[in-house]
Design a protein around this ligand. Structure first.
Ligand code: ZN
Length: 59
């Protein structure tokens, strides 16, 4: 540990579905947080569902 993984520090854009504001967050941050509050309108964006890759987690 201790190495900086470039992909972890890369910023990704999370689009707020309510107002369209793009919130830039680092990959490492998004992995640790399931929700992101839009700084523009306060909408709670569910980052977990956005990044879901599991084919078995259908609701
Ligand atoms: Zn918003």
């Amino acid at each position: 540990m201790g190495k900086d993984n470039p992909s972890e520090n890369a910023e990704i854009g999370v689009i707020c579905p309510a107002c369209g504001h793009e919130e830039k967050k680092r990959v490492a941050w998004v992995r640790k947080h399931v929700q992101l509050e839009c700084v523009n309108c306060g909408f709670i964006i569910d980052t977990e569902s956005r990044n879901s890759r599991s084919p078995h987690s259908r609701h």
